[in-house]
Design a protein around this ligand. Structure first.
Ligand SMILES: [Zn+2]
Length: 276
């Protein structure tokens, strides 16, 4: 890639930033940026070019803060090494185009029934250990604010999801089912890191619990997966009840550089890892 092309790329990024980025403050700022190599800057340009149009608009990286972005990215990727290595990354990209195998089951799933901090709307629910700890931390914080969380769905096996999707097709037809339910192998619930809260309906957003979770989930590492107005990006209509555990650092990274859109950040990380 020529120097001129690179400059053009970063000029485009700068223009998008001027158009779309608002200055925000963060409770726990990342450390000051370190010096980043030109190879990394060049790689950023290549990954950025692979992103969708809407992702490019959302990515808030201008020429002058590119090094800061890359430093934050490395902070995240370093932290990822502290997650268990014998299971999928918490940043594993799973969507309508990226699937898990039918045999994939997260390791050491923890039953939610042991907890005393939140309610369950059915028996037998489990999640990954990292997500379990974070859920307890969030539930305790909610209790401190006078709200007791209700967990309505957690880990789903491939076959469970297959039956669920087929059920919704029989109820609503294929087109509507595709907007609200994942085909087997493409659900975040199979990863054991996604949780549905409350009524699993739009009404949840109007409840105290729904508002509390919406405002506070990211402080405990939980990210809203399918925000309003991004169906063309995520593949699913707004789901105010569905949150995925990605870790506190990733939630801050997502908010700081990707307009708070989980899908953009996970696509960027997936692409970054796949490129040399
Ligand atoms: Zn869900």
């Amino acid at each position: 890639m020529t120097k001129k092309t690179l400059l053009e790329i970063f000029a485009i990024v700068g223009i998008f930033c001027l158009a779309g980025c608002a200055k925000k403050s963060y409770a726990q700022p990342f450390k000051p940026a370190a010096k980043i190599s030109s190879a990394e800057e060049e790689k950023f340009g290549r990954v950025y070019q692979k992103m969708s149009g809407r992702a490019k608009e959302a990515i808030c990286v201008a020429e002058e803060n590119k090094a800061e972005f890359l430093k934050d990215l490395h902070t995240m990727l370093e932290e990822e090494k502290t997650f268990r290595a014998d299971d999928k990354s918490l940043f594993f990209l799973i969507d309508k185009k990226h699937a898990a195998s039918s045999s994939y089951v997260p390791k050491d799933l923890v039953s939610l029934e042991k907890n005393s901090l939140f309610d369950l709307n059915k028996a037998g629910m489990k999640i990954r250990p990292e997500a379990y700890s974070a859920l307890n931390e969030m539930a305790q914080a909610a209790l401190n604010d006078g709200i007791r969380l209700l967990v309505s769905s957690a880990y789903r096996s491939y076959s469970y999801q297959e039956n669920l999707f087929n059920y919704w097709v029989s109820v609503d037809g294929l087109e509507q089912a595709e907007r609200e339910s994942a085909r087997a192998g493409t659900s975040q619930h199979q990863l054991g890191t996604a949780v549905d809260f409350g009524s699993i309906s739009d009404d949840f957003d109007k409840t105290q619990m729904g508002q509390w979770v919406y405002k506070n989930a990211a402080n405990y590492g939980w990210s809203l997966s399918f925000p309003k107005g991004y169906e063309d990006v995520t593949g699913y209509r707004w789901e105010c009840w569905h949150f995925r555990y990605i870790g506190k650092n990733a939630c801050r990274f997502q908010q700081k550089w990707f307009g708070g859109i989980q899908q953009f950040m996970l696509e960027f990380i997936d692409c970054w890892k796949s490129m040399s």
